[in-house]
Ligand binder design. Structure first.
Ligand code: NAI
Length: 481
């Protein structure tokens, strides 16, 4: 007999609507569906216990159910307090059961979590006790919070205590410390037992990948990692074409402001910034870019964008977008120089690109909620600015994130990475690895038919001439696309 699964979501009554949306998404996610067909019968993830921390959207629901279809047992949380689509979370929990008797996958996520709730949810994905295990044997991460929790947990357990928060530590980090202090009290060797069981982590985004390389560099990395972000079929697609869709979507749903004719500022011209700038230009906005990297600055210039510093144009800008993965891009002194009702939108992973804590400390500032995730901050100078999603990822907070088709490319990489980490262990010693190019090309291939793309086939002779195999890989590893 089936026992009821544990979970915490907003409302299971939303499951039917979620299931319809998941069904439509499946039709737009040919990569994931092809992987179900190819690997389903072999069950390569049988015995895998995956702790997943990634925006709990409709697209992620298709990912979760693909991992399940390949044999894995899965527990899930969102990697952002605003990004959950409650109907998707409900549908994943209900699975083939009913709202009264859910039989799907344990999900711990709802739109609008507090930070305390967020870290409670993140801890919950590690709890495989109902299956007779201390923890997971794989992590699927986005931004690295789940990975960080294990690493910090092991560090503090070794030290025998959790240090007090430092004066510079953020409110969120204090909550992480408190979460781990409680964990240590309950079980002083929990993460120490769990970490060696973990065969690896596959990391979704640029910011999480930075954290992994930091762990590796300082000798702290506890298990092998696959950097999914730097698969070509991830960062050159999701980061760029995904945001090209979901940035304007978020701006529209949040404010419905006309972008045409406006002056927009995009901080950072990496993969995400390129998609942002293109989207805004596509709407008829005049786009100004800032960069610290001369190569990206030159790219932006040759793509036809003005490239300059924030300070030199600040009072002309109608819409600010941050996409740097860096901190303190927009600071309180900037906000005080902005036009009345300028819009501030962050699409970088964490909420420190716009210095929200600093802005909240401006003397005499007043915050008015226009609607959830849209706030007017009235300034002492008589002007006001609109900040979306409290400075967190607004394409997920104010809209529904990237669309299914592009997430199918990202998530196909995730599924293949999980299979690699679980079944091809010798290939992935401790360290951070990139997806093998054969798999990267395979992910692209799985998405061609749906778009009616007809690929040209190399002849044997042509293949010899350019020094590749007829079946690929077609490029050297350092090729940049
Ligand atoms: P990237 O490394 O390709 O681009 C970031 C760019 O910002 C770099 O070119 C860098 O030189 C520039 N930069 C850094 N500091 C700067 C500063 N002070 N001023 C101006 N430019 C600066 O990274 P990518 O892939 O574009 O990702 C950016 C962020 O977006 C990351 O936090 C990533 O995790 C996140 N992301 C968000 C997504 C979303 O759905 N909103 C999707 C994918 C990634």
């Amino acid at each position: 007999t089936l026992t009821q699964i544990d979970f915490k979501v907003a409302d299971l009554a939303l499951a039917e609507s979620g299931r319809h949306q998941i069904r439509l998404a499946e039709a737009e996610m040919p990569g994931l569906m092809a992987l179900r067909e190819e690997f389903g019968p072999r069950q390569p993830l049988k015995g895998a216990r995956i702790a997943g921390s990634l925006h709990m959207t409709v697209q992620t629901a298709v990912l979760i159910e693909t991992l399940r279809a390949l044999g894995a047992s899965v527990r899930w949380a969102s990697c952002n307090i605003y990004s959950t689509q409650d109907e998707a979370a409900a549908a994943v929990v209900v699975g083939s059961g009913t709202a009264e008797n859910p039989q799907g996958t344990p999900v711990f996520a709802w739109k609008g979590e507090t930070l305390e709730e967020y870290w409670w949810c993140t801890e919950k994905i590690f709890d495989f006790s109902s299956e007779g295990f201390d923890g997971p044997n794989l992590i699927l991460d986005d931004g690295g919070d789940a990975t960080m929790l294990v690493h910090k947990g092991v560090e503090f357990e070794a030290a025998g205590s959790v240090p007090p928060a430092g004066a510079d530590d953020s409110e969120e980090y204090r909550i992480v410390l408190e979460t781990l202090r409680e964990s240590l009290k309950r079980d002083s060797s929990y993460f120490t037992r769990v970490a060696p069981e973990i065969k690896g982590v596959s990391e979704e985004t640029t910011t999480g990948v930075h954290r992994l390389y930091d762990f590796a560099k300082t000798g702290k990395l506890l298990f092998p990692a696959i950097n999914v972000n730097d698969a070509v079929t991830k960062s050159k697609f999701d980061n760029k074409y995904g945001i090209r869709h979901s940035l304007p979507d978020g701006l529209n749903r949040a404010t419905d402001v006309l972008m045409g004719g406006k002056v927009c500022f995009v901080a950072g011209y990496g993969d995400v910034g390129k998609g942002c700038a293109e989207a805004l230009r596509g709407q008829g906005a005049r786009v100004i870019v800032s960069e610290i990297d001369p190569i990206c600055a030159l790219q932006a210039a040759m793509d036809g964008f003005q490239v300059t510093t924030l300070e030199s144009v600040i009072s002309e800008i109608d819409i600010f977008v941050t996409s740097t993965g860096n901190e303190n891009i927009i600071r309180p002194e900037h906000v005080l120089q902005m036009k009345n009702l300028a819009i501030l939108a962050n699409v970088g992973h964490f909420d420190n690109e716009i210095d929200m804590a600093g802005i909240a400390r401006i003397e005499g500032i007043e915050k008015i909620e226009i609607k959830p995730q849209v706030h007017e901050w009235r300034l002492p100078n008589g002007r006001a600015v609109l900040i979306l999603s409290e400075g967190r990822l607004m394409n997920l907070g104010n809209a529904t994130g990237h669309p299914s088709f592009v997430m199918s490319t990202s998530f196909s990489n995730q599924v293949l990475a999980q299979i690699e980490l679980f079944t091809n262990v010798e290939h992935y010693p401790l360290g951070v690895h990139i997806m093998p190019k054969e798999l990267d090309e395979k992910v692209a291939l799985l998405h061609l038919d749906a778009l009616g793309v007809k690929l040209t086939k190399l002849s044997e002779r042509q293949a010899r001439y350019i020094g590749v195999q007829v079946e690929g890989p077609y490029k050297v590893d350092h090729y940049r696309y």
